[in-house]
Design a protein around this ligand. Structure first.
Ligand SMILES: NC(=O)c1ccc[n+]([C@@H]2O[C@H](COP(=O)([O-])OP(=O)(O)OC[C@H]3O[C@@H](n4cnc5c(N)ncnc54)[C@H](O)[C@@H]3O)[C@@H](O)[C@H]2O)c1
Length: 253
């Protein structure tokens, strides 16, 4: 897909990886519809996109809320007249061990609340946004592209029962949707980043971060633009569908 003048929706576009994706695609002339919960961060990204020479609009919506997602995608299609791309990037973590015991006594369990919050945003949110984007692409007769942001953790990671379940789900939904939607000319793929320099990893304990870097073959965290580059590649390569790009500096759990 040639990105010039195409309309791409990015969830979680306020900051971090979503913001960097917006800037990279803007540099190629794409117009951006940015969905997030944080208006201040969205305003900053919209201004940066304008500096990069393109245009963006911001939309406040919770990706886990069906009514909000439906009305937001309808509004985006109305504002821009089309939807060519979607990056399902919004995500959260609520890390904790599944069960923690001391001297044979269970002292902590992952709460249903933490399980559900992550499943709602990282799995159901992806399902809802992709469904609405695909519906608009089909009715608008657009040969669009949908990209789910998974994670290296999709293969299983200590302390991330909820997150790994969701990230394995979004990688596999991309494969399913690629099979189902190719008849409409829609491609679907995923990117599974390793550990990338954003607020999400800034929240990790320094000793945990140091340990992680020591086992990454590249010996450093990835940069947000390196993930944005993978997104740009999928958008532009018309034969790429149903696959997951692992961009993790060689680290595979
Ligand atoms: N940073 C990493 O190392 C890393 C690694 C692998 C995968 N990922 C994934 O990449 C994506 C982006 O991560 P990031 O590091 O930029 O995170 P981030 O926390 O910096 O940004 C996430 C954005 O999503 C928004 N968001 C959260 N919940 C939302 C909701 N319910 N509705 C709408 N917007 C919502 C937040 O407001 C925020 O702007 C996530 O899916 C994350 O799981 C990140």
């Amino acid at each position: 897909m040639e990105l010039k003048d195409k309309v791409v929706v990015i969830t979680g576009g306020g900051q971090g990886l979503g913001r960097q994706m917006a800037l990279r695609l803007a540099a190629k002339g794409a117009k951006l519809a940015l969905i997030d919960l944080n208006q201040e961060k969205l305003d900053e990204t919209v201004a940066l996109v304008a500096e990069a020479g393109s245009e963006a609009r911001s939309y406040i919506a919770n990706v886990a809320d069906e009514a909000q997602v439906e009305s937001t995608f309808a509004q985006i299609a109305d504002n821009f007249g089309r939807i060519d791309g979607l990056v399902n990037n919004a995500g959260i973590t609520r890390d904790g061990l599944f069960i923690k015991a001391k001297e044979g006594k269970v002292v902590q369990k992952m709460s249903l609340e933490h399980w559900q919050q992550v499943i709602d945003v990282n799995l159901t949110g992806v399902f809802l946004c992709a469904r609405e984007a695909a519906a608009h692409m089909i009715e608008g007769n657009t040969q669009g592209v949908i990209i789910n942001i998974s994670s290296i953790s999709r293969s299983g990671n200590m302390g991330q029962t909820n997150y790994t379940a969701a990230k394995a789900g979004v990688a596999n939904m991309a494969v399913t949707w690629a099979k189902e939607l190719s008849r409409y000319g829609i491609r679907v793929a995923a990117v599974a980043p390793g550990f990338i320099e954003t607020d999400m990893t800034a929240g990790m304990k320094p000793e945990a971060l140091e340990k992680v870097c020591s086992v990454i073959p590249m010996k450093r965290l990835g940069l947000p633009d390196e993930i944005a580059h993978s997104v740009e590649y999928i958008m532009e390569n018309d034969y790429f569908t149903g696959r997951v790009i692992e961009c993790d500096g060689g680290l595979r759990i």
